[in-house]
Design a protein around this ligand. Structure first.
Ligand SMILES: Cc1ncc(C[n+]2csc(CCOP(=O)(O)OP(=O)(O)O)c2C)c(N)n1
Length: 322
């Protein structure tokens, strides 16, 4: 699927929206307005947007604890997302889920998940559903380098392979799992080589380059739609902030010279330079888009703040199946 100028500009807008949404969520968290924990996606925007730009609205994604970027990239409503972060009754889960449990089935976003690795079997199941329905839909599992050391990764890849399921496994290798470096915890340098064990194609791409992610995904999606089975794409990326915004967060163990890699390889800068070089957008057009995004996120915060708190008597609604 060739990318149109409109499609490329939409990708840019989504990347900037993710950055702004999470930057403002950090501010609001530290101002005491957001309860719980917030895991930011700042620095990893090219992965979610590169992936979701190849998908149809009806295709499914399953996210992680670091889920805002995936949710925005798949087209969810940032007002309802922000209200959920603020634990308000107008939020996606009526304030009961918070940052790590946002889902929007209407855009194919099957849910964030606080259990590391737990999204992969769910995406595998969504791939099985698409296969049984002959829908030519695909399912994507996002997960981290840490999650790729879990049994859920290996079981999901094996099952998806033997049943030729239309599932794309997208590893966001940001080099760390909380305070444990991938260089210590991974038995391999590249997660993508693990695909070989399951007779699945595996590739490693620059996860700070949205077009590289898009290209690798486009091939994997085509394979999946043609019934040829799953793929594994490892995106090498970097998270700019500590593991999470939370009370009593331990100090960030990552060396400063390594942290400098993030801003020096800013996925948004890289993409905006490409757009300008190719004459697809001018500085002033991009600045205008940035301004529109700033306004939209400010409106989402205002929406969240104006939304009512949940009623105590609703504590058990939507919690148990009828
Ligand atoms: C099953 C399980 N084990 C441990 C945790 C605690 N935990 C939360 S995030 C995280 C690290 C995950 O690292 P990775 O998969 O690389 O994702 P990243 O945070 O780097 O995006 C851990 C161990 C958890 N939530 N679930």
């Amino acid at each position: 699927m060739a990318l149109t100028t409109e499609g490329l500009l939409d990708m840019y807008r989504k990347m900037v929206t993710i950055r702004e949404f999470d930057s403002r969520a950090v501010d609001e968290f530290h101002a005491g307005n957001i309860p719980g924990v917030v895991h930011t996606y700042i620095g990893e925007e090219a992965v979610a947007v590169g992936v979701c730009s190849t998908l149809r609205r009806t295709d499914k994604i399953v996210s992680t604890h670091r889920g805002h970027g995936h949710t925005i990239a798949k087209g969810a409503d940032i007002n309802l997302m922000m209200a959920e972060l603020f634990a308000r009754s107008n939020g996606y889960c009526h304030g009961k889920g918070g940052s790590m449990h946002i889902a929007d089935f209407s855009v194919g976003m099957l849910g964030a998940n606080g259990i590391v690795g737990a999204g992969m079997p769910i995406a595998t199941g969504a791939g099985l559903a698409a296969q049984l329905e002959h829908s030519d839909g695909v399912a994507v599992a996002f997960f981290g380098d840490g999650a790729s050391n879990e049994g859920a990764f290996h079981g999901s890849l094996n099952l998806a392979s033997i049943w030729k399921l239309p599932v794309i496994f997208v590893c966001e290798n940001n080099r760390w799992a909380v305070g444990v470096p991938a260089s210590y915890a991974l038995s391999v340098e590249d997660v993508s080589v693990r695909a070989m064990s399951y007779n699945v194609p595996g590739v490693t791409v620059d996860g700070t380059d949205v077009l590289a992610v898009n290209e690798a995904m486009a091939q994997a999606v085509q394979r999946a739609r043609e019934g040829l089975g799953p793929s594994l794409i490892e995106c090498k990326t970097y998270r700019w902030r500590g593991h999470a915004e939370q009370e009593g967060d331990p100090p960030d163990p990552r060396p400063q010279n390594e942290q400098d890699f993030g801003p020096a390889n800013d996925p948004i800068d890289k993409f905006s330079n490409r757009l300008k070089e190719q004459g697809l957008a001018s500085d002033s057009e991009l600045a205008q888009m940035n301004q529109e995004v700033t306004t939209a996120v400010a409106e989402a915060i205002a929406f969240a703040k104006a939304s009512p708190m949940p009623n105590p008597e609703d504590a058990l609604t939507d919690v148990f199946a009828p």
